[in-house]
Design a binder for this molecule. Structure first.
Ligand SMILES: C[C@H](O)[C@H](O)[C@H]1CNC2=NC(N)=NC(=O)C2=N1
Length: 191
């Protein structure tokens, strides 16, 4: 089958991709196909990286990476997949530019995402976390929330099911960045 390039903004059609948890590592996830059986090799191309991939349907498995430009438009997927493995640091660095406000860090061997905010007061900090909590519930993927010294917020995101990072974590971070928090935050003190 001839190789097809899929432009950046197009993921594999929803019916084929079923939005299983994917990552840039060689993770293969079970795919309950609708009897479709075809072997298709395609190249997902985006501004910052190319992911060569093969999708094998018909009850086997597939690994793909939706290269849609805006992670916040994607959906987190259930992490209850057997043998789920975290993405490599190299893969995390490929995705990192899509969430520039976040930092990657290694916590005792587990790669995680972290971002900090300073809010105007304690109650706004709790409100901030409530909005994040509602988002997390809707995505079925949850961050670690820290509120220290009454107005210092830190959110850490990682996939507990595999002890590291998956695409879900970057999607959740991108969605948090889109939340309307500006009025909660203390103005940065001019130096
Ligand atoms: C089935 C469902 O995906 C799991 O229970 C979810 C819930 N939220 C989660 N959140 C995070 N950060 N990591 C997980 O592994 C995780 N697992």
């Amino acid at each position: 089958m001839n190789r097809k390039s899929i432009p950046t903004h197009v993921c594999i059609p929803e019916m084929l991709s079923t939005r299983r948890l994917v990552s840039l590592t060689r993770t293969y996830v079970p795919f309950k196909s609708s009897g479709l059986s075809f072997f298709r090799s395609h190249e997902l191309r985006s501004s910052s990286y190319v992911v060569k991939d093969k999708a094998i349907l018909n009850g086997f498995s597939f690994r793909t990476f939706c290269s849609s430009k805006d992670l916040s438009l994607q959906k987190c997927v259930p992490c209850n997949i057997k043998d789920l493995s975290p993405m490599t640091e190299e893969s995390a660095n490929v995705l990192k530019p899509k969430v520039p406000e976040w930092e990657l860090f290694n916590d005792g061997g587990a790669m995680k995402l972290r971002r900090k905010w300073k809010v105007k007061n304690f109650l706004l900090g709790l409100e901030f976390f409530k909005i994040v909590a509602d988002l997390a519930e809707s995505e079925g993927h949850h961050p670690d929330l820290h509120l220290v010294g009454w107005n210092n917020l830190t959110i850490e995101i990682w996939t507990h099911a595999c002890g590291g990072l998956t695409e879900n974590d970057f999607i959740l971070a991108a969605k948090i960045d889109k939340l309307p928090f500006q009025s909660y935050l203390r103005r940065k003190v001019k130096d």
